[in-house]
Design a protein around this ligand. Structure first.
Ligand code: F6R
Length: 592
């Protein structure tokens, strides 16, 4: 799961590559590297372990070049050291490549190539592609033929930008499963894993499909699949949704949390015209006709899908949610007319892509709910609903969680023809605005919990779902040990863990469970833990830690999770950790 860029033609190669890598480092930041041909067509390579900043500091400040490639890595095969860092060069130094993806048959290919005298320096699967490309190219000195043969031999996923040393006027590419886009300028052409690095230079793109390959040059795009030459299909992207400006914000996470009210308003505008909902009627019909609505997702998106289950059950539908990495290997087929809803911010999560392949192979209807137009999951779904949330760059998903729940609520309203969901969501945006005003109080709670040895998050009903998401967010960025429990479950085991160094955060948005939940809090306090209740203001108690305005109970999760995002944010800020890029993680999880 990596990010790649490439450029050819009249453009500042260094600037495009380095800026592009900065914008792609959400895909991994274990190491970064670039390669270019200089004015004498010498291949120059720079590699750095760590974030793009390190590469930026070691690469020459200026270089004369009209062809270059770059890479930011999330390590899969081999440790994040300089040898394993991309670009990788073939044994005879004729070919340099950057790769995003995983080659499944790399061991067999490596053994074969070693038999032909090829040597390997790194532990990566990528070096095998570099050598295989060179081996196939050398058969008749035709690069396109070499690429075609290589595609036929590779098993797995790849998006590649390829420099062939003796062809400085062409930048080659090939793609399967991993995303790859071409950007079209008048006197230059670009490659990147998504449109973001290119949007400053062009709004015309070619979204490459599986097994396509070819080259870009200053003037042209040559596209092939197998032996066929294809006409590139040009699409346009709006810069508005690809904006990376931080503004006055110190980091992306706080920017994205604070954008949530606007994101909800934009989502309403996109799916409701003031009188009626704007969802595809065929999709609504398909949901109505199905006998089982199955949600599949990972991480935060999975937590949003748990709300989807509640909404579908409220409509009287059978519904359940599965974690994608489990369902992918242990799928269950117990209904005659299932309909699958796949939630994914990135639309590129490998576990979910595996599930979608199974679903599509059975001819079942699936709806992709995603923030990423043109992503694999969006493209391969029967229907898709975009979240229009703008780029989410911080690794921890915040505004998109709210957008996912909001979209599911709007969808439920559309199925039921209940437009008052729109009014209810407007109340949510006001409640969120008020939380933003009072964020200092959340920071105070953060100061009181940040030295705990363990944090418990509890709630009942929707608040239990909020607890799960709150716990994930906190552990993901603050590295604190957190657990989420249904309030009533504590006494069935977990309470044994509680001591005076434990902190408890309790979400309390449901009148019917208010008393029971408060009893759970007392039980924990009696064992020496500190507790903090986040409550609806209508049934507050004097010692509650933070109050939120009441919203309709089916939307309370958005509000409670919003508070928890701030809480995780402040704890992490106080600890001085990297908020946007927590250790060991990447934004887009494109490996299983
Ligand atoms: C947590 C987080 C992850 C993602 C998960 C799924 O903050 O961001 O848990 O939610 O990796 O990613 P998507 O939604 O892109 O499929």
């Amino acid at each position: 799961m990596c990010g790649i860029v490439g450029s050819i033609g009249k453009i500042n190669t260094r600037k495009y590559l380095i800026d592009g890598l900065y914008s792609l480092d959400y895909r991994g930041y274990d190491s970064a590297g670039l390669a270019f041909l200089d004015s004498s067509n010498e291949l120059k390579i720079f590699k750095a372990v760590g974030k793009v900043e390190v590469l930026d500091s070691i690469a020459p400040k200026e270089f004369e070049s009209s062809i270059g490639i770059g890479h930011t890595r999330w390590a899969t095969h081999g440790a994040p050291n300089e040898t394993n860092c991309h670009p990788h060069v073939s044994s005879h130094k004729e070919i340099a490549i950057v790769h995003n993806g995983v080659i499944e048959n790399y061991r067999a290919l490596k053994t074969r190539l070693m038999g032909y005298g090829y040597s390997f320096e790194s532990e990566t699967d990528t070096e095998v592609i570099a050598n295989l490309l060179e081996f196939n190219y050398r058969k008749n000195h035709d690069v396109l033929d070499g690429i075609r043969r290589t595609i036929d031999e590779l098993e797995g996923s790849f998006a590649l930008a390829i420099i062939v040393k003796d062809q400085p006027d062409r930048l080659y590419f090939m793609k399967r499963s991993s995303p790859l886009f071409i950007g079209l300028g008048d006197e230059y052409k670009l490659l990147a894993s998504d449109a973001v690095p290119m949007i400053k230079y062009t709004n015309k793109f070619v979204d490459l499909k599986d097994d396509e390959y070819g080259y870009i040059s200053k003037e042209e795009v040559a596209l092939f699949k197998g032996y066929d030459k294809l006409e590139p299909e040009i699409t346009h992207q709006s810069p508005e949704f690809l904006n990376r400006d931080l503004g006055d914000n110190p980091n992306y996470m706080i920017k994205e949390i604070q954008e949530t009210p606007q994101v909800i308003t934009r989502l309403i505008d996109n799916y409701f015209d003031g009188e009626k909902f704007l969802f595809n009627p065929k999709m609504i019909e398909a949901i109505k006709k199905s006998d089982d609505i199955i949600f599949i997702a990972c991480g935060t998106s999975y937590h949003a899908s748990l709300m989807g289950v509640k909404y579908m059950q409220y409509l009287g539908k059978r519904s359940e949610a599965y974690v994608a990495s489990e369902w992918a290997y242990f799928p269950v087929f117990t209904s005659k007319k299932p309909l699958y809803i796949l939630l994914s911010q990135s639309g590129e999560t490998a576990d979910l892509i595996r599930c979608q392949k199974i679903i599509n192979s059975r001819g079942s209807i699936n709806i992709a709910i995603t923030n990423t137009k043109g992503s694999t999951i969006e493209r391969n779904a029967t229907f898709s609903c975009l979240l229009f949330s703008g780029l989410e760059i911080a690794v921890a998903s915040t505004k998109v969680f709210s957008a996912q729940v909001c979209l599911l609520a709007l969808l439920t309203g559309a199925i039921e023809k209940h437009t008052n969901v729109v009014t209810h969501l407007s109340v949510v945006t006001s409640a969120l605005e008020k939380i933003i005003e009072n964020k200092q109080d959340i920071e105070n709670i953060a100061s009181k919990i940040e030295n705990a040895s363990m944090i418990f998050f509890i709630g009942r009903g929707n608040d239990y779902i909020a607890s799960m998401e709150a716990s994930l967010k906190m552990k993901e960025i603050s590295y604190m040990h957190c657990e989420a429990f249904a309030g009533g479950e504590l006494k069935h085991g977990p309470i044994a863990l509680v001591d005076k160094d434990t902190c408890l955060i309790a979400f309390n948005s449901d009148m019917s469970t208010n008393l029971a939940l408060r009893n759970n809090v007392k039980e924990i306090e009696a064992r020496g833990a500190k507790s903090f209740v986040i409550s609806y203001s209508s049934f507050m108690k004097d010692d509650d830690a933070f109050l939120v305005d009441n919203v309709k109970s089916y939307l309370s999760t958005i509000v409670m999770v919003f508070v928890s995002q701030y809480l995780a944010y402040y704890v992490t800020l106080h600890k001085g950790l990297n908020i946007d890029k927590p250790r060991n993680l990447a934004k887009s999880v494109t490996v299983e």
